[in-house]
Design a protein around this ligand. Sequence first.
Ligand code: TRP
Ligand code: SF4
Length: 405
Amino acid sequence: MTSVSATHARVLSGMRPTGRLHLGHYHGVLKNWLALQHEYECFFFVADWHALTTHYDNPTQIPESIREMVIDWLAAGINPGSATLFVQSRVPEHAELHLLLSMITPLGWLERVPSYKDQQERLKEKDLATYGFLGYPLLQSADILIYKAGQVPVGEDQVAHVELTREIARRFNHIYGRELGFEEKAEEAKRKMGKKNAKLFDQLKRAYQEQGDGEALAVARALLEGQANLTVADRERLFGFLEGGGRVILPEPTPLLTKASKMPGLDGQKMSKSYGNTIALRDEPTDVEKALRTMPTDPARVRRTDPGDPEKCPVWQFHLVYSNEEVREWVQQGCRTAGIGCLDCKRPIIDAVLAELAPMRERVREYTAQPELVRNVLNDGCERARAVARETMEEVRHAMSLVML
Ligand code: TRP
Ligand code: SF4
């Protein structure tokens, strides 16, 4: 029952509301979103309930953090005309799906999610022995499944959560996809494709189920994709039938691993607010320039005449992000021979960062000056998201017999 994911080109990803974003977010996550938004139907959301799972004791900053983060998304070029931007808590259907999924989720599955023990260890000062914190990966599963997302761009640390989501989907489909009279309904759906296609479907199904022929499976899936006269429900029945299972109600997503950002912080460690080594997307040019001018270099270059080693210098990491081959060559040569000074070396970086940030800062200014613009984007996005979420919940409720007699 793994198949439908390939057919759902929908992309979904979320970020906790961290407030103003920095270059690490831009190069690590947002540039990836920018590319995806032109290729797929994208849903990007602010995971504010997720923030509450760890910051339940101090939520007052969350609304402002949401606002600033969404402004930075927009400033970075996320286009609300192509992507749907919304806030999790404004689509309460996520909570309903979370609740319903909790009925079929074994405790052990949650307890063995690696981030569960890790985070509790790491955030010792917080009491994370809560029901909400344990359930947070399941809430993430609900976030994903409610949009039937096929691809979920996430960092390394989140891959286990997408894996859990796949297991939950499989379990859900296994339990609830076996509707009364499934086989009869699938046979009936098959006949709707016409005699020839129905026969071909049977052959491919047999080749797959009896000989494990993966090629046949792929061809059969393509055949189903191509059937314009099948309803969504019939198609999903046939997908399940093909693989010997029930109907696929919640398709399994695949993680789209976001490569770790090469963007270092000003001190050469990973750029992160908690290390105080960031350049925020909306920092003033004078502050950006100052931060870069004063950032540390190879400690061996005490005097201008001391040669240095770019491999030991955080500035070199910036050149790897921003500079072309020619400039890099100039750095390697100039640094190792003390032919250039560190300020000379930083100049192209300063110019590149300033040029990258200038249009973003301008857009931040525009959005900040017109709060109703951001409000409209989110209102609109929440409504679009909700329409999809409602539709899924109709199917889920039905599958779980939450119906009026
Ligand atoms: N848990 C993610 C994080 O901490 C954010 C998130 C919540 C998310 N729901 C999601 C990401 C669904 C992808 C898909 O970064
Ligand atoms: Fe770093 Fe450039 Fe100075 Fe070499 S010249 S130490 S690479 S800043």
